[in-house]
Design a protein around this ligand. Structure first.
Ligand SMILES: Nc1ncnc2c1ncn2[C@@H]1O[C@H](COP(=O)(O)OP(=O)(O)OP(=O)(O)O)[C@@H](O)[C@H]1O
Length: 249
């Protein structure tokens, strides 16, 4: 059974079909990239899976459990965590505090008179472990706003990871980075993915990043899946090349 399974997932905005009968199955341990030209429906797909947008139709199963239409905090608690295209850090707080707050957001309970310190310590431990996995232990005490752009993007991944997800959704993790920063961040991500075996859904425009990280690629065009397969097969696919007008650069 696939860890994440979509079937017939459709999202309409009036007459516009942003997602059109999307079917995909992501296996445990797989790094799956979702690509497609601007407006293809990638962000809508992320939003529908993570519960910020409700699908108009279709089913989404996570570890066998139907999750379509559940509120986002519930989906997060089940074990799906995401990063955002737009930076969501608190710039004046340290990297560790950012990661800790994120850890608490998933596992946090209401105020408990006797459990507070314990919860704090648990979240701190998860934060430190996540920072280490992304090579950020050395800057744990640095205010997030003072980090390099590359480290800020990695910190966002660490924040999602601190929630101990079973599936990590990465929304353009190298957006806004220079070529050198991208290369560095991608090597760190590749190392993390290899050692962790984390299941990942990745939206990314940069094809070099996609081909470096993804085991399998799903291509969306006007809301529909036009190709789904190994990177080589997708790159050679005529329909994909036409959708991108000129192919991959
Ligand atoms: N809230 C909304 N209301 C109306 N239309 C929307 C809404 N959100 C998305 N759309 C439309 O749905 C389509 C898919 O948008 P989406 O942002 O998912 O594409 P994308 O592949 O992520 O694009 P990009 O690569 O530019 O980020 C677009 O035509 C977009 O205009």
């Amino acid at each position: 059974m696939a860890l994440l399974e979509l079937d017939g997932v459709t999202r309409r905005y009036g007459a516009l079909v942003a997602l059109d009968q999307v079917a995909m199955a992501v296996e445990e341990g797989e790094v799956r990239a979702v690509i497609g030209p601007n407006g293809a429906g990638k962000t809508t797909l992320f939003n529908v899976i993570t519960g910020t947008v409700k699908p108009t139709a279709g089913s989404i199963r996570f570890a066998g459990q139907p999750i379509a239409g559940l509120p986002s905090h519930q989906i997060c608690r089940l074990g799906l965590s995401r990063t955002f295209q737009i930076t969501s850090l608190f710039p004046e707080m340290s990297a560790r505090e950012n990661a800790r707050l994120s850890a608490q957001a998933r596992h946090g309970r209401r105020w408990q008179p006797f459990g507070g310190a314990h919860i704090f310590e648990e979240a701190s431990a998860r934060a430190d472990a996540a920072l280490k996995q992304l090579g950020l232990s050395g800057i744990a005490d640095t205010p997030a706003g003072l980090l390099s752009h590359g480290d800020q993007r990695l910190l966002e991944v660490a924040m999602a990871l601190a929630q101990q997800p079973r599936v990590l959704l990465l929304d353009e993790p190298t957006q806004g980075l220079s070529v050198e920063e991208t290369q560095q961040a991608v090597e760190t991500l590749a190392g993390f993915l290899k050692t962790s075996g984390m299941t990942v859904l990745l939206v990314e425009h940069d094809m070099e990043v996609v081909f470096r990280l993804a085991h399998r690629i799903t291509v969306l065009h006007r809301g529909a899946v036009i190709a789904d397969g190994a990177p080589d097969a997708v790159q050679a696919d005529k329909a994909v090349q036409e959708a991108y007008l000129g192919g991959f650069e």
